[in-house]
Design a protein around this ligand. Structure first.
Ligand code: GDP
Length: 311
């Protein structure tokens, strides 16, 4: 129900527009398809993904000769679910992490999550929410403040560390992010931690720096924990439409992004970003943010997502 509530605005807007697009029409024809295209683009599904969906519906209309507008919901739902399934395999609802083999010294191998994204998208909040969820499961979490570019970033992460009662490894502003990451992982292994979440700076205006910094952080992490980071989570603000697409493009060029968190889906009519971005970048959406509170993060469940879109 929280998801429904969270996505209410996206839903209303999507359906409001959709019903206008088919108003007074009984048959799916070129006009309806043109309107549908506009609705999808306006909902931030993105041009490429929209065209893919429209083409698929055109094919079905051509095949079946007659498709009533009353069937459009069902068809659209199937197509969107199909697209999401290409990239998002699971129907998980729980915050889980894989169990990793022990180190050669017989120590626990922490699951290392590196979080990337530009300022303001909800990166720190998402880290805090994740720390809370993992801690609730009895997992030992350590945070690393490797966004050393802004003092505020370190302080904000400290606030979440205090709020969740999770240790944080930090150095002063301007110190080497890779050094903070190294310290964090070393401390985590020593403490037998289960999960490490590393915050990083997202300076997109300096792309070469961003790439070098993330590459160096990864290299240094691997000196402490094999194959780390195990997940590179890109946080995107779901209310920023095309900006989110552009950020996904830039970050995937700078580093290998393995999963996505799309935030602020509570206060937006732009839930379509989730559909377009997972389709175009072929990166699974792992989490969605549906509010500012500590519990307002959900594991992305494609079935629930489509359900609440089309209810
Ligand atoms: P950062 O600069 O990327 O670390 O962003 P913050 O985590 O500081 O978040 C920026 C603002 O967005 C804060 O006011 C957060 O409370 C807010 N925020 C983060 N996630 C969500 C969300 O899912 N929904 C809403 N409504 N606000 C969010």
């Amino acid at each position: 129900e929280t998801l429904d509530k969270g996505l209410e605005k996206s839903k209303e807007s999507f359906f409001g527009k959709l019903s206008k697009a088919v108003a007074g029409k009984s048959k799916v024809d070129d006009d309806v398809l043109d309107n549908l295209e506009e609705v999808l683009v306006a909902s931030d599904v993105g041009v490429n993904t929209t065209l893919k969906i429209i083409t698929r519906i055109e094919e079905r209309v051509a095949q079946d000769k007659y498709v009533g507008t009353d069937e459009l919901n069902t068809i659209l739902r199937e197509e969107i679910a199909g697209l999401l399934s290409e990239t998002n395999k699971g129907n998980e609802t729980e915050f889980t992490i894989p169990t990793l083999p022990k180190t050669s010294e017989g120590k626990k191998t922490p699951y290392v999550l590196m979080v990337v994204g530009v300022n303001g998208v909800g990166k720190t909040t998402t880290i805090g929410k994740l720390a809370s969820q993992f801690k609730k499961q009895g997992l030992k979490v350590v945070l690393g403040a490797a966004d050393t570019f802004r003092a505020a970033a370190i302080d904000q992460l400290q606030v979440w560390a205090d709020r969740t009662g999770v240790p944080i490894i930090r150095q002063e502003m301007g110190s080497d992010p890779a050094s903070v990451a190294f310290d964090t992982l070393t401390s985590a292994v020593k403490q037998d931690a289960d999960v490490v979440i590393i915050d990083t700076a997202g300076r997109l205006h300096n792309k070469v720096n961003l790439m070098n910094e993330l590459t160096k952080i990864k290299r240094v992490m691997q000196k402490v924990v094999d194959n780390s980071p195990h997940d590179v989570l890109l946080v995107l603000d779901g209310s920023t439409g095309q900006n989110a697409f552009e950020q996904a493009k830039q970050f995937t060029l700078a580093t290998e992004v393995t999963s996505l968190a799309v935030t602020k889906l509570d206060g937006t009519a732009k839930g379509g970003v989730v559909i377009g971005i997972s389709d175009q970048f072929k990166i699974p959406v792992k989490y969605i943010g549906v509010g500012e509170g500590i519990d307002d993060l959900q594991v992305f469940n494609k079935v629930e997502f489509v359900d609440s879109f089309f209810k």
